[in-house]
Write a protein that binds this ligand. Sequence first.
Ligand code: GLA
Length: 370
Amino acid sequence: MDRWIAPGRVNIIGEHTDYNDGFVLPIALSLGVVCAAASRADPRVVLTSAQRPGEIVEMAPDELAAQRDRLPRWARYPLGVVHEFRLRGYPVGGLSLDLDGTVPIGAGLSSSAALCCAVTLALRDLYAPDLGERALIEIAHAAENRFAGVPTGLLDQAASILCAAGHALLLDVRAFTAANTGATEQIPFDPAGHGLALLVADTGHPHDLSDGAYAERRAQCAAAATALGLPSLRAAVPTDPARLTDDLLRRRARHVVTENARVVAVADGLRAGADPRAIGPLLTASHTSLRDDFEVSAPALDLAVEAALGAGAHGARMIGGGFGGSVLALVDHTATDRVRDAILDSFAAAGLDAPRVFPVEPAAGARRLD
Ligand code: GLA
């Protein structure tokens, strides 16, 4: 069988901005999901995963929609992709899909988007070679939103498909959705070249975007935009949030407006070749805003951020949807061990299970392996 790989992502900055038509700045990870795929002679879709030993999910492709609710949750992501191709008229019939992933699940590193994107790429090469990158992102996104039922924005799928090694991807979601030119920009980003490291601490407190709090944040942002008479919070100017009389909506809107400004400032700095240490305070400000105004942090995330900063990180923040998951810290390469130990010690002192702390670098986006 041929194989395709799609990576997970770390968002450098721009959290909960994607579904508000705003800016994001992710990098791809070297961790990813590998999909081995081949057409079958019989009209069955047969799915296995190395992370689900002994489990085989098998059905006729035209039964997918009817059987959706009976499928194990993990299987809804890859089979949602099959379903989306069929909805678009591509002749996906008998098919074997064998999955294997290294992105930790529930860590806020986009394991689900990596899974959908790996399958999407495989099916493009097998059945739909005319599909461009935008269509791939839309299919992977639709599979996750419509079939798996998780109301995410475009950040994760765009990062997995579009990111390039050695670069951060600046994505302007409003321009991307409108299919405008200039919606994406690859910005050189070489922390190691500046004596820096990006440390991820997976707190082990899983986040679950299907539990309602994520959808609730989306609804609050939409309500804030409506109250301001705007198509989305992307269109808000810095003085707009203060016009909202509802305190909760005001804080939600303030996060989105200030976060978009921080993404642009980070992108401007990196593009100009500034020392990446200068982006540290913006990362930390993002965390404070996510914690206080957007209220999507969690005690374990705050603890990891504080420990990293206390041990000399230039900046640190929670990444992804929140409520659990991972923290990113920008540290001097020489301080890597000190910051890692400080995070581990803080968790031990709080009686929490040890987090997994590991370095990441801007890696390549989704591609065929062989
Ligand atoms: C999750 C979603 C993304 C994005 C982030 C928050 O990762 O999948 O679309 O909204 O949360 O920035």
